[in-house]
Write a protein that binds this ligand. Structure first.
Ligand SMILES: Nc1ncnc2c1ncn2[C@@H]1O[C@H](COP(=O)(O)OP(=O)(O)OP(=O)(O)O)[C@@H](O)[C@H]1O
Ligand SMILES: CC(C)(CO)[C@@H](O)C(=O)[O-]
Ligand code: BAL
Length: 286
């Protein structure tokens, strides 16, 4: 990790340094936009930066690989870390401040508070990553409280996370607008994700069938018929394409994520699937 001064844009590594900058903007009456990330930035992240920029006078991006949202067996250690390359991208996109805090300040040894969002976390990723959303909610609550932005942007690629963050912001009266950013995709439709870097060429070819299958299944569900056989056929198709395991391919209410037997209201089709050692998630509107 380099000194904040050597990065190609203004950067803060401490809460105090962050607050000094954002407080001066607030005093000047400027609107603040915020994009939290875990780094290894791609065009998906940069689209969120552009969205924040369109709604605010100053944009803060955080990079923090948050240990509490990874289970012990997950990829915290191998998660890609490339701060200098990320900082160059953020500088080119005119980001006003990079906030890259250190784990010791975010989680001091005596910290004893966890933020738990119930209901919307009970299904889907909440089942397969049972400790994940408490880690996300805790760090997002801390980051929002530290930056105190007017608007914060979260990607629809992590659709359940977006709903968790909306619930959190409303329940804790954080006074921030949570703005969704559409999923940015590769040319063949694969949702951009920092974890795509883990894919071997063979796995990458298999991964390409995920968005295609989602689109096909979503089109069939739009007819309003019984979802179960359509979803079963979709799961089989993904396994046939080479996915090792389909953790879920489910139709859910777009606001509550309650399971739906048919698409008789605004709905979302969500998937989590393993190719090789890599876990991919995606979702589309139905
Ligand atoms: N393809 C994408 N399009 C739009 N937003 C995205 C995309 N990928 C990630 N985001 C959003 O960027 C923010 C930061 O996500 P994160 O740093 O975890 O990136 P990621 O690529 O999703 O990484 P991971 O592979 O760990 O899931 C989140 O709000 C996430 O939803
Ligand atoms: C929102 C977030 C930055 C919290 O660590 C993370 O979950 C992510 O990158 O989506
Ligand atoms: N993109 C959500 C972060 C995670 O998978 O841990």
């Amino acid at each position: 990790m380099s000194d904040a001064e050597t990065l190609p844009l203004p950067a803060a590594r401490s809460i105090a340094a962050l607050r000094q900058t954002v407080q001066s903007w607030r005093t000047a009456g400027l609107r603040i936009g915020f994009v939290p990330t875990m780094g290894a930035l791609h065009a998906g992240h940069l689209s969120l930066v552009e969205l924040a920029r369109s709604r605010a006078d100053r944009v803060v991006v955080s990079i923090f690989v948050n240990p509490t949202q990874f289970a012990p067996h997950e990829d915290f250690t191998k998660y890609p870390r490339q701060e200098m390359a990320d900082a160059a991208k953020l500088a080119a996109f005119g980001v006003d401040l990079l906030y890259a805090p250190v784990v010791e300040e975010m989680y001091p040894a005596e910290a004893a508070t966890t933020v738990v969002v119930d209901v919307v976390t009970r299904r889907l990723d909440g089942v397969f990553r049972p400790t994940h959303f408490a880690g996300v909610a805790t760090i997002v609550a801390k980051l929002l409280n530290q930056v105190r932005p007017d608007v914060a942007v979260f990607g629809e690629k992590d659709y359940q996370q977006l709903l968790v963050v909306k619930r959190l912001a409303a329940d804790l009266d954080l006074g921030v607008e949570i703005l969704p950013g559409p999923t940015v995709r590769e040319a063949d439709g694969l949702a951009m994700s920092s974890r795509n870097a883990y894919l071997s060429p063979e796995d990458r070819a298999i991964a390409a069938s995920l968005p295609a299958t989602l689109q096909l299944v979503a089109a069939q569900l739009k007819g309003g018929g019984d979802a179960a056989p359509i979803l079963d056929a979709g799961r089989s198709q993904l396994l046939k394409a080479g996915f090792r395991e389909i953790q879920y391919l489910d139709l859910a209410d777009a606001q509550t994520l309650e399971p739906l037997a048919r698409a008789d209201r605004p709905a979302r089709l969500l998937v989590a699937a393993l190719v090789g050692q890599t876990r991919l998630i995606d979702n589309v509107a139905v």
